[in-house]
Design a protein around this ligand. Sequence first.
Ligand code: ATP
Ligand code: MG
Length: 260
Amino acid sequence: MTLDSAHLPPVVAVVSPKGGSGKTAVASNLALAFAQRMPSVIVDLDMYSGDVEWAFGVQPTYRIHDVARRLREDSSSELEGMFTSRGAYLSLLCSPDSHIAADAVSGLDMATITQRLIELNRPVVLDTSPGMSDFTLDAIEAASRIVLVTTTDVASVQAARKLIDTMQALRLDTARVALAVNRFNSRTGLDVADVEHRLGYAASMRIPESRHVAEGLNAGRPIVESHPDSQAATSILGFADSLLGVTLGKRFNFWWKRPV
Ligand SMILES: Nc1ncnc2c1ncn2[C@@H]1O[C@H](COP(=O)(O)OP(=O)(O)OP(=O)(O)O)[C@@H](O)[C@H]1O
Ligand SMILES: [Mg+2]
């Protein structure tokens, strides 16, 4: 599948100031949804506590700090050989495996890596850490779409509001924001409409509380693969296709070999 010029491959930053709201759940499923359409990349920018590798059950040989060092030594180095593959169509760039290694990655390193990823001309998903690190801010600036994840808890929604306000204060384009309401049926006293009203966005993804979401992350098999007909998967798959500009068509069986 190729995209027309109106649909350049999306570069999606998945963000949420509150920890544990579902960034990795959304990011890993979104990346897998893209990869069912075309070769795609997910990057774990949660430098100190990244967990994307567990969401996919892979063991990386190279990680972000290895790529950063390689590019510092030789800026023309190929990224491809340093990705971790998950099936034929999804490439992972996983976070450092120690805090010391994470400390060695600078904002400049990440800007270089992100630029090289964009040049690959594939959908890219950037999973971020909670809070607002410099890496997250840089990801927000670089991304064509920003998926803002919130649960239906007041604290999570208020933190999301603060992020939107900050983006506006920094004159960052908030039209790129898409709202993902996670665990929307968890009976917290707020519903999706309350969240939409408070944040000023219609929800692009509505993901219910579901043990399959959590089980999928623990088993290395995100829900778009393990339960593709579930409400959570359907919502994420639909959003992924809307970003790709796809309405119909067969998804790749994930384990097929890429055609040569
Ligand atoms: N819709 C859901 N239903 C049930 N459990 C969920 C759902 N979404 C996320 N979880 C679970 O909640 C926990 C936190 O989710 P996740 O790791 O995706 O959040 P996060 O925002 O990435 O966290 P962090 O801020 O630590 O990076 C995980 O155990 C995950 O399995
Ligand atoms: Mg996470």
